[in-house]
Design a protein around this ligand. Sequence first.
Ligand SMILES: Nc1ncnc2c1ncn2[C@@H]1O[C@H](COP(=O)(O)OP(=O)(O)OP(=O)(O)O)[C@@H](O)[C@H]1O
Ligand SMILES: [Mg+2]
Length: 505
Amino acid sequence: MSNSDAGTPSGSPAEAVDVPQQLAAYGSWLGEHLETRAADREISVDFRPKSTVENDRPALWNSSISDFESVTTVSADSARSVTGATVSRTQGSGEGSPMTDADDVIIQLDRVFKIFGPQPRGRALTLAKSGMRKNEVQKATDHVVGMSDVSFDVKRGETFVIMGLSGSGKSTAIRTVNKLHDITDGHVYVDGVDVQALEGQALQQFRREKMGMVFQHFALFPHRSVIDNTGYGLKVQGVEREQRNAQSLEALRLVGLDAFAHSSPRQLSGGMQQRVGLARALAADPDILLMDEAFSALDPLIRRQMQDEMLAIQDQLHKTILFITHDLNEALRIGDRVCIMKDGAVVQIGTPEEILTQPATGYVAEFVQDVDQGRVIDVRTIMKEPVIVDASMTVQGALEKMDGALAAFVVDSEGRPTGLVALDDANTALAAGSNDLGSVVRNDFDTASPRATFNEVYAEAGRGLGIAVVDESGVLVGSTHVRDMMEEMGRVERLIDGFEREVFM
Ligand SMILES: Nc1ncnc2c1ncn2[C@@H]1O[C@H](COP(=O)(O)OP(=O)(O)OP(=O)(O)O)[C@@H](O)[C@H]1O
Ligand SMILES: [Mg+2]
């Protein structure tokens, strides 16, 4: 029996395959790439590490394609024997899947542990399960805790982002979803399927049909055109050329590269190549996209552009996206929910706003302190119940009804705001002896959607008047004011400062 990742290859590697056994055993990156290629009988590439990284395991784990020189082309079968991809295990029953009642959870990790080392299920697992931290487990057992008690649910159509520093276990987590890693303990379910129980053909088919993957260093085949690169996965699935090209072209259109369909990858910039990667993942129209640092190698401007494009594509397609990044700004920008990991464990899961305004620990607070809160916090969080007044009221009457609120609104019969009474205006009028509310009602007020972020309403807020918060049909649903915004920002600042003291003192 063998694992597809850290396990010893099944049987001895075929002589023709010049991959050091050590490399096959420890290079999960290599395993993944060999396995992908092994699916295609024509093309199987044997990667040999450049000598500097050969005996350096951490370097291997973190290697990219440029760290390897391609030496020989081997048959799919020998590549499989190196990665252990042909080892068949009895099909699991998939019992106990909690997702059979078709709720909207599509990916579920349930108390997953992943231990790297020769005896993953030994003492290291026991210690990790007892709550011992990654460093200590490593000291005590010389095993690496890749994931410790990780649980999360990803909902259908959601963009779920895993964020954490290097080594926190992000890639390990995403790789359990398509079983590029076997897990040591726990369960992984995708659409009701117990992923761990899948083997051989069933696993390959599951990967191809259910999910598309995009990685940081996305390797395109240099001698194939952009459209052929895009349709590569479809070809492996046996889709006919005509159909393949139609689907590939559609995917290229989505990423804005249809004009380059017949170009060579060499003619594309890094950002464009990464887009081909996205198109390739989209071409087979999978339910799930797995994206591991997909934009991290791009320079900031292009990266933002890619994020925007992905958001736009997501608006159209509603895929389930599991996205990995070490950049909190990126996480907050694109995630519906964000999961923060540290040392293999989950620290907090929440909406960008929850992460930012209710950081669960000093660790999260440290991350969020540099984030522009105004970009994430929206008006909905702080809006107040609107005070509604009638233009026929007296100023005195309106002030009583407002009870200190900074603004009140006059609305039409549909509930749409037509006028604003500012507290200051009303007080000034009363002091000047005027009790006519009609004379203080303004119609030069601003409106905002509850979903607008602070940044989007700064200009309006800056006028110092109340803002009418209205729904899509223009009906008044709340009221806000620059002072409410400042108060909320102040609250978050103080919270983060509090954590900082906890962390540094
Ligand atoms: N194949 C492997 N064998 C042994 N240890 C591994 C292997 N893959 C990962 N690890 C270890 O597991 C831990 C988590 O690694 P992982 O690659 O998941 O981190 P990451 O959060 O993706 O980091 P990065 O941001 O650098 O990509 C690290 O300590 C790493 O050294
Ligand atoms: Mg990683």
